[in-house]
Design a protein around this ligand. Structure first.
Ligand code: ADP
Ligand code: MG
Length: 484
């Protein structure tokens, strides 16, 4: 029997804000435990929550970016449970009236090779709601300690429909979602810092069946490879169980990355009943058209849209777009360079994607502190285009630009690197090359066209690389022709 896997993801994304969701205590990571707290975070008696407007702006932006409907009115609910990660004994969340409804994320499946674009499709979202993050328990041999620094950090929960069918698709979804969030400045989505966390719901069904199977919720997928490996293991575990005649139970399982297996955490019978009810301390939020319009104006072009524009506008190949587009700052750098020299976008892109990125990575620098400005890249390409320097010399000039930050024109001038188009000089070198290499001349006269390349090499050498290769070629062929 053939099986189809069905996957739905629940993703938590921390929103990048200065202060917490319902109080002014600062947001941070890696600080001394319990220093990012205040009476609201610690739920001391008598405190009241106050909404963080910036966090609400950011979730509305996320919703607009991903094509969700923004609810005209949404409200806050208490999710009640008893556990030391939250001193209130409830988490403020949104239950039946989330702020964003529906939506979709465009994803790219892996192509046949890294240089070939894969198929694109959309993964539908169910909803996105806003809540507060909770504290963290640190377990030791004999006791556990609680750190409330993370408690109260604004957190979005993004829920997909059960529409994905492979670990690769889940991986592609997470990649695209992460990129969109980073692009829009909503979150840095650093999984190692817990800024993006993912639970996967997984079931299998016989191929062709449309009813959903019994789902398992998989937790502790704390890296992007963990998501892929955990889902893959769980799909195979379910198939093996069914083939052995066992019946699957709805349960929550935990991914154990060290052993590469999933183990049971709790069954459906042990599932929590959170007794959700509306939070009486907070007003519902009304989002009007003006508010949405203001945020819509701040939305960036999504990465895949930008990639399509680069195909059309600049005729860039996929390999270049897939280097430039994922990094918003890098693509901005590219566009600034192209604007300064619009004739050769491919050449400009090549210098940036290959030479500049290579040098930046060797120097341990990022594009934002590149010693070469976009206009200087454009200047370099212009010098090659105009025949002032050859491509080889340009490589040399580029290294000097990177080391000194000087303009390419200045370097060419200072180092005397201008391509020689002085035909008198070139003719002398050509005569010498012909006189000193009778075998090549013989071969050329005998019909071996490529024999001219050796002679050309001699002239280039004599000129220290500064001769214009096209002109050398022309002069040599004229001289050789005259020997016929
Ligand atoms: P719950 O009631 O357990 O919260 P939901 O129906 O709200 O379940 O769905 C939670 C997540 O599980 C969503 O991402 C959804 O797409 C996914 N999901 C629901 N049913 C299945 C299933 N049978 N197989 C795989 N994923 C599922
Ligand atoms: Mg649910």
């Amino acid at each position: 029997m053939k099986y189809e896997a069905v996957i739905g993801l629940e993703i938590h994304v921390q929103i990048k804000t200065a202060s917490k969701m319902f109080t002014a205590a600062p947001v941070g990571f890696g600080e001394e435990p319990n220093t990012l707290t205040d009476p609201v975070v610690l739920a001391l008696p008598g405190v009241l929550p106050v909404m963080n407007k910036k966090a609400i702006d950011q979730i509305i932006k996320s919703g607009l970016l991903l094509g969700c409907d923004i609810a005209p009115v949404c409200k806050w609910d208490r999710k009640n449970y008893f556990y030391p990660d939250n001193p209130k004994n409830y988490q403020i969340s949104q239950y039946d009236r989330p702020i964003c409804v529906g939506g979709k994320v465009e994803i790219e499946m892996p192509g046949p090779s890294r240089n070939v674009m894969g198929d694109h499709h959309f993964v539908e979202l169910t909803r996105i709601h806003l809540e507060e993050d909770v504290g963290k328990l640190n377990h030791f041999d004999n006791d556990s300690l609680v750190d409330y620094n993370r408690a109260g950090t604004p957190l979005m929960e993004i829920v997909t429909e059960p529409v994905m069918h492979s670990p690769e698709e889940a991986f592609a979804f997470l990649t695209a979602l992460k990129q969109a969030m980073i692009y829009a400045g909503i979150s840095d989505c650093d999984m190692e810092k817990g800024q993006l966390r993912c639970d996967a719901n997984i079931s299998i069904r016989p191929a062709g069946e449309t009813k959903l199977g019994v789902k398992v919720e998989l937790k502790n997928l704390n890296s992007i490879t963990g998501v892929r490996n955990g889902i893959e293991f769980e799909i195979n575990r379910q198939i093996r169980a069914v083939e052995k005649g066992e019946s699957l139970v709805q349960e929550t399982r935990r991914w154990n990355a060290e052993q590469g297996i999933t183990t049971p955490m709790r069954s459906k019978e042990m599932a929590h009943d959170y007794r959700y009810f509306p939070d009486p301390d907070l007003m519902p939020v009304e989002v009007d058209e003006d508010w949405k319009a203001r945020l819509r104006a701040e939305l960036p072009e999504l990465p895949f849209e930008k990639q399509r524009r680069y195909f059309e506008q600049f005729d860039l190949p996929y390999t270049l777009t897939s280097v430039l587009v994922p990094d918003r700052k890098l693509s901005a750098y590219f566009e600034e360079a192209v604007a300064a020299h619009p004739d050769k976008p491919q050449a400009v892109a090549n210098w940036i994607a290959n030479d500049l990125l290579r040098e930046l990575s060797t120097a341990g620098r990022s594009i934002t502190d590149s010693p070469i400005a976009p206009s200087q890249i454009a200047g370099l390409v212009k010098l090659v285009d105009g025949g002032t320097i050859s491509n080889n010399i340009a490589k040399e000039v580029f290294i000097h630009m990177f080391q000194t930050g000087k303009d390419p024109e200045v370097i060419v001038e200072e180092k005397g690197l201008k391509q020689s188009t002085d035909t008198g000089e070139l003719e002398t070198w050509a005569d010498e090359a012909i006189a000193n290499n009778p075998a090549s001349v013989e071969a050329w006269l005998g019909g071996k066209e490529t024999a001219v390349n050796f002679l050309k090499g001699q002239v280039m050498k004599a000129s220290k690389g500064k001769a214009n290769p096209q002109i050398v070629d022309k002069i040599l062929k004229e001289k050789l022709g005259a020997l016929r």
